[in-house]
Structure formats: structure tokens, C-alpha cells
Design a protein around this ligand. Structure first.
Ligand code: UDP
Ligand code: MG
Length: 311
């Protein structure tokens, strides 16, 4: 059967039992007004409160609401992976389950998709979630490194053309860089301003340490977007630079030794040798990475364990 679903809304929820009734009520209203087939997919990320029951409850009022339940709390990226795998819509919207994003803005995202963009990402430019200096600095770095001109890489409110979510592989904390990852695959990325309301119920799931890993992630993303298909170019360059430096240092020492007739500079000679060895190691690391990438390409993508709620 061909998909009659135009829109899938994917919402990762971890201990959000109080938010689900209002959120789904507002979503139902907005989605119905679109007059197109839609589904609302709550992905329960192994909640320990009444989130599952809340999803079952709202399903009784709107059969377009579905629930996916991850076997254990596995983080937002895995919740997205499950939601993206199950989504049947031509367009997929993601938003948080804590009422910080406004469902009423979904039509603005769809309008931008209709303009021909493959990914539309929100920019939280006001409200309590207004970007802090650390987040602004982070976004500035991301912009410089990824060369994608957007202000808010980590905004959870996004719209994707189906193909994008089926092709993206998000894991760990890489979901923060979805726009860059998509952009580097060649998709057209746009940004629209979104409101950001304060959290009504429950508490944030992330502590103050959230930015700590961000810079490593940025390195990963730079590598993934620009070198993953040619790791040898990355390692090979480093290897060549170090190896040639070592080679020329040693060459100079040998020539000097020949001219002056005495051998010296043991320390430099050693440094040269070390550099040559490290250089060769880098090149081998690059070759290994090339092999890994090939193996990885031949395997399917990993989807976390989940099941569709029935009843
Ligand atoms: N979330 C999740 N799994 C987790 C942590 C969070 O699915 O392990 C969900 C959470 O329920 C919410 C969204 O991800 O819908 C964003 O979380 P939160 O609001 O705590 O982040 P913040 O808005 O503070 O950045
Ligand atoms: Mg939140």
C-alpha cells in the first residue's frame, strides 16, 4: 500500500508524562487543520514515570497518535533513529516533548519545505531558551567549521523531507549536528525563527556538562563530513608532513656529517627517526580507516530495539 501519510511528527519523550496530554491535544488540532494524512509518533525513551500510560491515554482520543517504546533509556539520538525508521510521512517533523516548541509553528516549517528545502531547522532566537554565550560561541564555531550558515544547530524543532531522515545516521550526541551532516550530504538546508517557551512540567534531562563533549563532537563532525570518505587524505597529510620533516632533518644531519667528517647531533637524528616512524604510522592509520569505512559501508544501519504500541 502506498503511503497516504504526508506528515509524521516524531517526539522523543523521556519522563514527560505531564506534558503529553496538552502537547498531543495541540498537535492534533494543528495536524487536523492541515487536512492531510498525518501521524504523531511519540518515542518513549525508556521512561520510568507514567509516560507510556500517558501515550496510551492520548491514543484513545486520536488514532493518528502512535507510540514507540525503546527497550531502555538510550538517549535522544536513538529515539530519533527509531522514530525516523518508523516514520511513514513524506515530511518528518521533530520536536521536543516538553512543550518548549510550539506545535502551531509546524505550518511554517511545511511552507519552507514546499519552497524546495530538504531540511528546515529552527532558530530559538527569543524566550528563556535564548542562546547563552557558550552556546553562541559554540554555534559560531560550528558555522565556521562546517561552513553552513545557521544560528542554532541544536534546535530540536526541525522538518525533513523523508529521504533525509532515511539517509541520516544519528547516534551518540551527533543529533546536534544534523543540519551540518545533511548539508554535507548535499541536502538543501534552511532556517526559520521559532519561539521557545519555558518548560512547564518536569525537569531538563541534561546537566550543565552538556557542552563539554560538544567540541569533540565538532571534531568528529568535521571528520565525518569532510574526510569520512577519504580518511587517507586526513591521516596521509599528517603522515607526509611529519615523515618528510623527519626525513629532511636526518638528511641534513647526514650531509653535514659527511662534509665535516664527524657524526654528531644524536638528539636531532633520533627526532628525525621518530618523526619518520610516526609519519608512516599515520599513513597506515589512514589506510586502516579507509578499510573500516569500506566495511561500514557494506553493513546496514543499526536501529535500536523498539516496538509499536498496539491498543
Ligand atoms: N529526551 C529523551 N531521552 C533522553 C533525554 C531527553 O528522549 O535521554 C527528550 C526529552 O523528553 C525532551 C527532549 O529529549 O522531549 C529534550 O530534553 P530536555 O527538554 O530535557 O532538553 P533541553 O530542552 O533542556 O535542552
Ligand atoms: Mg526542553
Amino acid at each position: 500500500m502506498a503511503s497516504e501519510i504526508h506528515l509524521s511528527v516524531v517526539i522523543p519523550v523521556y519522563n514527560e508524562q505531564e506534558s503529553i496530554p496538552e502537547l498531543s491535544h495541540r498537535l492534533t488540532e494543528v495536524c487536523r487543520s492541515l487536512k492531510k494524512g498525518h501521524e504523531i509518533l511519540f518515542v518513549d525513551d525508556g521512561s520510568s514515570d507514567g509516560t507510556l500510560e500517558a501515550i496510551r491515554g492520548v491514543r484513545k482520543t486520536d488514532r493518528n497518535i502512535a507510540g514507540l517504546s525503546l527497550a531502555k533509556n538510550s538517549g535522544k539520538a536513538n529515539a530519533y533513529a527509531a522514530g525516523f525508521d518508523a516514520a511513514r510521512g513524506e515530511v518528518v517533523i521533530t520536536m521536543d516533548g516538553d512543550l518548549q516548541d510550539r506545535p502551531e509553528q509546524i505550518p511554517e516549517f511545511l511552507a519552507k519545505i514546499d519552497e524546495g528545502y530538504d531540511l528546515v531547522t529552527g532558530w530559538k532566537y527569543t524566550g528563556k531558551g535564548k542562546r547563552t554565550w557558550s552556546s553562541r560561541l559554540f554555534n559560531r564555531l560550528v558555522r565556521a567549521w562546517t561552513k553552513l550558515d545557521i544560528h542554532d544547530t541544536n534546535c530540536p524543532f526541525k522538518a525533513y523531507r523523508r529521504e533525509v531522515v532515511k539517509n541520516l545516521k544519528v547516534y551518540g550526541t551527533l543529533y546536534r549536528f544534523i543540519p551540518a551532516l545533511a548539508y554535507w550530504k548535499g541536502y538543501r538546508v534552511a532556517e526559520i525563527k521559532v519561539e521557545n517557551d519555558p518548560r512547564k512540567h518536569g525537569a531538563t534531562k541534561y546537566g550543565p556538562g552538556r557542552f563539554l563533549g560538544g567540541f569533540f563532537d565538532l571534531l568528529t563532525v568535521t571528520f565525518l563530513t569532510q574526510y569520512i570518505k577519504r580518511p587517507l587524505h586526513f591521516f596521509g597529510l599528517a603522515g607526509l608532513v611529519l615523515g618528510s620533516a623527519g626525513f629532511f632533518i636526518d638528511l641534513a644531519i647526514v650531509i653535514k656529517g659527511l662534509i665535516s667528517g664527524r657524526v654528531g647531533h644524536q638528539a636531532m637524528l633520533l627526532l628525525g627517526l621518530v618523526l619518520i616512524i610516526i609519519g608512516v604510522q599515520f599513513i597506515f592509520a589512514g589506510l586502516l580507516a579507509e578499510m573500516l569505512f569500506r566495511l561500514y559501508q557494506e553493513q546496514g544501519r543499526e536501529v535500536p530495539v523498539y516496538r509499536r504500541l498496539d491498543g
